[in-house]
Design a protein around this ligand. Structure first.
Ligand SMILES: Cc1cc2nc3c(=O)[nH]c(=O)nc-3n(C[C@H](O)[C@H](O)[C@H](O)COP(=O)(O)OP(=O)(O)OC[C@H]3O[C@@H](n4cnc5c(N)ncnc54)[C@H](O)[C@@H]3O)c2cc1C
Length: 468
């Protein structure tokens, strides 16, 4: 390939890198400027963790499978890309938690890990009468005067008690973040809940008030996908990018990035020995990979973010599985003897993702629960999952097919002090004009969070190039 010059080089072709490329081009076009951009993706496929496959009439999500209405950025992007008409709402909001071998419904109106509606919360079988009385004490307990960050476990235990933590919050977190409530920071993960405490003292009262005021639709969180799965967003970005000014290179890993001491351009060395030069560079790779590529001692804190790994096992069945409930899935608290941490009943969750009368299930196993889970063969994983599923659902038949997706170091764990760490990191990065980082490792792990970071990074890149 030789030496290629661009205004911007973007490293990583996941949702963050691709949407950064899209926003740079679309905003540059609006401003009547021309910016050349090269995006490098190490693997042959674009999309990063977004991996939708189609097999025998099934739509299979190997990574993420839903978009939360509580974060608008992905929906704004879908609108811009002209694919909003394909958004598909989740069929049922019913999710269950396995407690004492019984599947009990998560009460309606849960926002993130706290209740926004009192009646369903008081009726839930998930908590004992003492657990409920303890949770209601949230209405009386004074707010914390300590402004320092704390773990989600400590926050929920303090406000709503141990039962809400163990039976509702912790299983929900394991299913979404892959990291434990003891490790995750409340400031970095659920800043809205901390803010509710600050403003209203009580979480239950505050969430209820916000909903009543109509200022916040947050109590009515809903989930969406797209008709052809989340891959549709990736395909739409690629076809909307202005290819006259953007080249996308796949199947080539970036080995290192250095800064030319004379003209301060970034020199991006690829594994095949070729070099790209850019006035600006955006790292849309996980932080530990960015650290290895850049190897700047001042940015060594990039390596301090821990990642959790998960395995997703998808199983298809020829018949409808008769289950005791009709929800979209269930979560399993870590003290259970089962080894899976969550199961999504995809065929209940999304219309059209499996042929009529068939069942599609998706199970999670995580390294917090079982450190060696990534080392098991597909056959061993299938045995583990089927054994667990048979303990909960009435499954007699063998699956039509099984698909395993191993996600090593997939979920960045925003530990206590994460926000401070990222602030310090961004300050250190600002000493290198034109250098940018974005993505799941920093300001939110959801697809929507990544898109928000991509849009703000695109503006930073354009400002930098304009002012040069
Ligand atoms: C199993 C699972 C389920 C999830 N469920 C949901 C969900 O339902 N909803 C939701 O909103 N979010 C979910 N998430 C989180 C969300 O999918 C991710 O946080 C998001 O997709 C990350 O996007 P990204 O672009 O920042 O990173 P990535 O998708 O990791 O992309 C980074 C890209 O960089 C490339 N790369 C790495 N090294 C190099 C190199 N040296 N040179 C060039 N390229 C390189 C990689 O190949 C990859 O394509 C889930 C994540 C997982 C793993």
């Amino acid at each position: 390939m030789g030496l290629v010059e661009s205004d911007v080089v973007i490293i990583g072709g996941g949702i963050t890198g691709l949407s950064t490329a899209y926003y740079i081009q679309s905003r540059a076009k609006k401003g009547g400027i021309k910016i050349s951009c090269t995006l490098i993706e190490g693997t042959e496929n674009l999309g990063g963790k977004i991996q939708t496959e189609y097999n025998a009439g099934f739509t299979i999500e190997g990574g993420p499978d839903s978009l939360s209405s509580s974060k608008p950025w992905v929906f704004n992007l879908c609108q811009e890309l002209g694919i909003s008409k394909d958004l598909l709402k989740m069929n049922s909001a019913k999710t269950y938690i396995l407690v004492d071998r019984k599947l009990l419904e998560i009460p309606e109106g849960m926002f993130q890990v706290a209740p926004s509606r009192l009646i369903p919360f008081l009726k839930t079988g998930l908590l004992s009468p003492t657990g409920k009385i303890r949770a209601l004490m949230d209405l009386l307990i004074p707010k914390s005067r300590d402004e320092r960050d704390e773990s989600i476990a400590s926050f929920i235990r303090r406000r709503l008690g141990k039962q809400v933590l163990l039976r509702i919050a912790a299983p929900l977190l394991a299913g979404v973040h892959g990291c434990s409530a003891q490790e995750l920071s409340i400031d970095a993960t659920f800043p809205y809940l901390k803010d509710i405490e600050r403003r209203y003292r009580s979480l239950i009262f505050g969430l209820f008030k916000e909903k009543r005021k109509g200022k916040s639709k947050k109590g009515d969180q809903a989930f969406y996908t797209l008709k052809r799965g989340l891959r549709e967003i990736i395909d739409a970005i690629v076809s909307n990018i202005d290819h006259d000014y953007t080249s996308i290179i796949t199947g080539k890993h970036v080995r290192s990035v250095s800064i030319n001491p004379y003209d301060k351009r970034f020199e991006v060395l690829l594994e095949d020995g070729s070099t790209l030069r850019g006035r600006s560079v955006v790292f849309a790779t996980p932080a530990y990979i960015t650290a290895d590529i850049l190897s700047l001692p001042e940015l060594s804190m990039l390596k301090s973010i821990r990642y959790a790994s998960v395995v997703v096992v998808t199983l298809a069945f020829r018949h409808e599985i008769k289950s005791v409930f009709a929800g979209t899935g269930f979560l399993i608290p870590s003290e259970s003897e089962l080894r899976i941490s969550a199961c999504t009943i995809t065929s209940n969750k999304w219309s059209g993702f499996s042929p009529p009368g068939y069942t599609l299930l998706r199970c999670y196993l995580d390294t917090n629960r079982e450190a060696s889970i990534l080392d098991y063969s597909d056959k061993q994983l299938a045995e583990i999952v089927l054994k667990d599923l048979k303990a909960v659902l009435s499954i007699a038949e063998e699956p039509l097919f099984i698909k395993v997706n191993r996600w090593k170091n997939a979920f960045p764990c925003y530990s206590i002090g994460h926000r401070e760490k990222i602030r310090a990191l961004e300050e250190a990065i600002s000493l290198y004009p034109g250098l940018h980082i974005a993505g799941a490792s920093y300001h939110g792990i959801s697809i929507s969070d990544c898109i928000q970071q991509a849009e703000s990074t695109a503006y930073k890149v354009l400002n930098f190039l304009n002012n040069k």
